[in-house]
Design a protein around this ligand. Structure first.
Ligand SMILES: C[S@@+](CC[C@H](N)C(=O)[O-])C[C@H]1O[C@@H](n2cnc3c(N)ncnc32)[C@H](O)[C@@H]1O
Length: 318
């Protein structure tokens, strides 16, 4: 562990002093939620799946009408996608499904610098949808990826749908983000997050071994390299509720068994060691939230994280 920690400390320090290098390297290594190898048909499947999963989980949570295959989620919405990563494929598909506009909010500038790659991806998605493959620019016009909240504020837009996939676990300052989202959203907004709570990259022989590091050490090796923040489900609920976002649906996208948790639990750093095996067993969640003006806000029941349901079947695990 010592040698690995030394390497990680050095890498973090280099990225801290050279953010342009960090951005470039992330672009080169294709850091996305779909991994580095999803090109061609696999990339088309991925992005279609991401958008359909948002629709399905929204229908399941009851925030939109329909069976999840209807384009009801995006229709007429002013959408903010957190952490779009290296393409605007989700934005384009959301526009195709009726979104009024789609902006992105990404802390890093990861957009692919190769226009031909983006063109091929967008054309492929449009062709599959039975639409004009040359329509991507028109669909994406009127929205763009912003890198800070001030720039988003300047659009004058208030968003009534916020979506994110494989993003919140990378956000270091969740309080700041939620404060910004409070300012940027309408009072009946819906927020849908898919959060991957696994280790990203330095897992040795157990899914939870990234929780072995005491917080201060973990921060010193990861502040500038986009590793996950290690926040567990309760942390996401607490910060959301602090800013007036009410959870209306929480489900697990992946779990390990309580027995598997028990193999490492006593060695974990605090606060993880004190969490229950059930809570530690959850490695990913869907989180659907609404603001106070949404009809579901008042009827929402408290969430019991000791027994959250498994996500509806048929959706991608991450
Ligand atoms: C694993 S990638 C996921 C990309 C995309 N959503 C996907 O599924 O392929 C994480 C994304 O979150 C972005 N990100 C990290 N920290 C962020 C923050 N504080 N605010 C907004 N975006 C952030 C990263 O730059 C990156 O685009």
């Amino acid at each position: 562990m010592g040698a690995v920690t030394g390497y990680l400390l050095g890498r973090n320090l280099a990225f801290r002093h050279a953010p342009a290098l960090a951005n470039g390297l992330m672009r080169l290594t294709n850091v996305t939620g779909r991994g580095g190898d999803a090109e061609g048909d696999a990339a088309l499947d991925y992005f279609e799946g991401v958008v359909e999963d948002y629709e399905r989980i929204a229908a399941h949570a009851g925030v939109v009408e329909g069976d999840g295959h209807e384009p009801a989620l995006f229709e007429g919405r002013t959408v903010l996608e957190l952490g779009p990563g290296n393409t605007r494929a989700v934005a384009m598909l959301a526009r195709l499904r009726g979104a009024k506009s789609v902006d992105g909010y990404d802390a890093f500038d990861l957009q692919t610098r190769d226009p031909s790659r983006l063109r091929a991806l967008y054309a492929g998605l449009l062709k599959r949808a039975g639409d004009d493959p040359a329509k991507a620019d028109a669909l994406l016009a009127g929205g763009r990826v912003h890198h800070d909240a001030a720039s988003l504020q300047a659009t004058g837009r208030r968003y009534d749908l916020v979506i994110s996939r494989a993003v919140l676990e990378h956000v270091r300052d969740l309080t700041k983000l939620h404060r910004e989202l409070r300012e940027l959203t309408t009072d009946d907004a819906v927020l849908i997050h898919k959060i991957d709570m696994r280790s990203h990259g330095f897992e040795w022989d157990h899914e939870l071994d990234f929780l072995l590091f005491p917080e201060k050490l973990y921060r010193s090796i990861t502040t500038h390299i986009g590793e996950p923040n290690r926040v567990r489900a309760q942390g996401y609920l607490d910060v959301a509720m602090q800013y007036g976002f009410t959870p209306v649906h929480v489900s697990s996208t992946r779990r390990i068994s309580p027995e598997r948790v028990a193999a490492l639990r006593d060695s974990l750093a605090e606060p993880y060691r004190s969490l229950s095996p059930e809570v530690l067993s959850v490695l990913g969640i869907w989180l659907v939230l609404v603001r106070e003006g949404h009809p579901l806000a008042r009827a929402a029941k408290p969430v019991d994280l000791e027994s959250i349901p498994v996500a509806p079947s048929g959706m991608a695990p991450f």
